[in-house]
Design a protein around this ligand. Structure first.
Ligand code: SF4
Ligand code: SF4
Ligand code: SF4
Length: 302
């Protein structure tokens, strides 16, 4: 895989701090000590991995772990002399080092449909698939994927360079509708209008919460589940809310084609050290939209 971070790149003996950092090993304030960052896809760890963390933190660290803002784990106070042993030990528990620097970072995700009753999509499975395909790939700057299972947005999709949100698209079934008007009152964004027994949903306004589908007493909506994609989010020194360019796409395959093209676009258009939103500001969001719409990356119902 292009630009993947491998342990072989980490030359502990030479103390190449840059190479160490790119592989998730960050120099601490205290001389000779490092915080080791781990790859924790979707914020999920097994009990066995937690036991591994406990062992490493107590034997090599100072007995503490730090949970990062992006669902990761860092083990502080690892002495340089122990780094290689720590990496091997973590590996034996199925724990991989995290990625830092200009590359695809840990993929974050909420619990999603398999656990959370509000979920529209399987976020954890998707997080693993995205991580398997893109994690650690080199880009002009850091790049974050974040997945949230529904419009409640617990994972804050728009903070990410590429935000994925599970959405429910309501399709009206005329023959079931009694024109009771309940859905028009329930919709939190007034996307539904009822006019002369006809329902119309403004999909430009709809946030895909699915409340109308759940509330209709006559099953006059069929909920279609899919993904809404936002681009160019950033919550660092400068805050930028990702722009929703793809409001609804149901095919996972097509969505991955969009991810491929997005990273391709960033590699092509982005300058070294330039965050994705900065590239989009410079070249224009329209250029990305055009790029995504060429060939296979076309979205549905835009
Ligand atoms: S975003 Fe939705 S699916 Fe995910 S945890 Fe929150 S309520 Fe559940
Ligand atoms: S709640 Fe159902 S039955 Fe009532 S107006 Fe809406 S779609 Fe029709
Ligand atoms: S899915 Fe939610 S936002 Fe969309 S029309 Fe139904 S209630 Fe309104």
């Amino acid at each position: 895989m292009q630009g993947e971070v491998g342990e072989e790149e980490i030359t502990v003996k030479k103390v190449d701090y840059k190479a160490l950092k790119s592989g998730g090993i960050m120099r601490q304030t205290e001389d000779g000590y490092f915080a080791v960052r781990l790859k924790v896809t979707g914020g999920n760890l097994t009990l066995e991995q937690l036991r591994g963390l406990e062992e490493v933190a107590s034997r090599y660290g100072n007995g503490t772990l730090h949970l990062t803002a992006r669902q990761g784990v860092e083990i502080p106070y690892i002495h340089i002399a122990d780094l290689e042993e720590v990496i091997e030990k973590l590996k034996s528990y199925g724990l991989e080092l995290g990625a830092c620097g200009p590359r695809v970072r840990t993929v974050t995700a909420c619990q999603g449909r398999s656990i959370c009753p509000n979920g529209c999509i399987e976020t954890q499975e998707l997080a693993r698939e995205i991580a398997a395909r893109y994690y650690g790939q080199t880009l002009p700057h850091k790049f974050k994927f974040g997945i949230t299972g529904c419009a409640n947005n617990c994972l804050k999709a728009e903070e990410n360079d590429l935000g994925i949100k599970g959405v429910c698209r309501p399709n009206w079934i005329k023959e079931n509708c009694t024109a009771c008007g309940l859905c028009t009152k329930i919709c939190p964004v007034n996307a539904i209008t009822l006019n002369q027994q006809e329902i119309s949903v403004d999909y430009e306004v709809c946030i895909g919460c699915g409340d109308c589908v759940k509330a209709c007493p006559f099953e006059a909506y069929r909920g279609e589940y899919g993904y809404s994609l936002s681009f160019g989010g950033s919550f660092g020194r400068k805050i930028n809310i990702g722009k929703k360019l793809i409001p609804f796409i149901s095919s996972k395959e097509k969505m991955f084609a969009i991810f491929d093209k997005t990273l391709e676009f960033y590699r092509k258009e982005g300058k070294t050290g330039e965050r994705f939103y900065k590239t989009l500001e410079r070249v224009g969001f329209a250029k990305l939209e055009q790029y995504l719409n060429e060939g296979e990356g076309e979205n549905e119902g835009n």
